[in-house]
Design a protein. Sequence first.
Length: 488
Amino acid sequence: LLASKLKDASLATDKALVGGEWVSASDSGKTFEVTNPATGDVIAVLPDLGKAEVTRAIDAADKAQKAWAKKTGKERAGILRKLFDLMVANADDLATILTMEMGKPWPEARGEILYGASYVEWFGEEAKRVYGDTIPGHQADKRIMVIRQPIGVVGAITPWNFPNAMLARKMAPAIAVGCAMVSKPAAQTPLSALALAILAERAGVPAGVFSVLTATDAAMVGKELCTNDKVRKLTFTGSTNVGKILMRQGADQILKLGLELGGNAPFIVFDDADLDAAIEGAMVSKYRNAGQTCVCANRIYVQAGVYDAFAEKLAAKVAALKVGDGFGEGVTTGPLIDDKALSKVSELVADATSKGASVATGGNGSELGGLFFQPTILTGVTSAMRVAREEIFGPVAPLFKFETEEEVIAMANNTEFGLASYFYSKDVSKIFRVAEALEYGIVGINTGLISTEVAPFGGIKQSGLGREGSKYGIDDYTELKYMCLGGV
Ligand code: ADP
């Protein structure tokens, strides 16, 4: 079903990559199905790997990493450049695989592939610039040097909402600096990760340096990646709850962690904002990927003077969104990932309306049935409602009204999360005041789109640890070594 839609059918595999060997379902015994969330069709049956394969992949990574680290940065850069070129050349097929397993509209999936590829390009370039430092000695006969070395074997656990990009932006820096990676994509969306592994192999990434494990028992894989002492770092993108489990599990071996966890992004529109720009920003920030991103606007705060105008204009735009199968012409909003996501979104809307919110547009499951939900706007939302505290992860925009700058900053910061935030204003002083007061790792000012490989992506508070992308993205995969030379 899937292979027939691809120009290069070999990018759709039913095998997992374990330490340089492609393992089929018949080798592993157990299997699981991957379905298309738009139709419910089974699109692949994959091996459901167990602990033995996880350990095997870690052992192979441990061996392969040492030789990989000995290559020059320029050699590793050449391989990543080839991988980047292959991703771009195969972007249509990679997008088709992505839409099939995850549901987002095909043009958006293609955008994700190019976004994922941009990390491979960026970190390939950075591979040549893993610079150290020299420090004037503290005694006359001493010389001090600082070098950066690859951290070693890295485990990666990635979510379903960006099946290509979330893995690419972990794998690229790890491999660029000379680490090896054992990854486990979400069981809903393993095919994009496997396609990336096929291209990595074609680009010349040596056997064992990059494994992609397919498994439904995420807790088992997570435990092994946290407790096997050959694993020196774990990088995870997913929920804050699972992040906490991983942190606890890694404690006994002081496991280094990179965590990209949940968000509860405020999106603030001040009276002096360019309203049309704010509407545009809210549309991309809220409704992209059917609202299923960790940087999606989760709470939209609109100042009283423009509240009604903003709600009216936004409702007109939202009513024009087209829900459907991601392969459909003009479709802007695909299905949610599964039943659990659908019921959570419905519950949050019901909770808000039961406490006095009004539905400006949408509000229900789509007439298409299945996992489709109508793009929705709620007005008259208050902090007593669950949407004020919980990540919605669906196409629902709750509009809160506020009066003063002080009040909205307090509300915006009143959460345990601290990933992305956004605000719109034309007043230069206010822009600096608000940007500095927001307790978030990322602040979008007069823009709703903040993701790029050239900037550090990551959160504060319970949204995570570490940064992905930019020159800082190298830090998470290297250790500093200080060498003190005496007797000079
Ligand atoms: P989401 O709600 O986005 O699915 P999760 O945090 O549940 O977020 O999932 C993100 C990733 O974490 C997925 O690959 C999932 O399989 C994995 N995962 C879920 N539970 C655990 C766990 N206990 N240990 C390790 N990984 C887990």
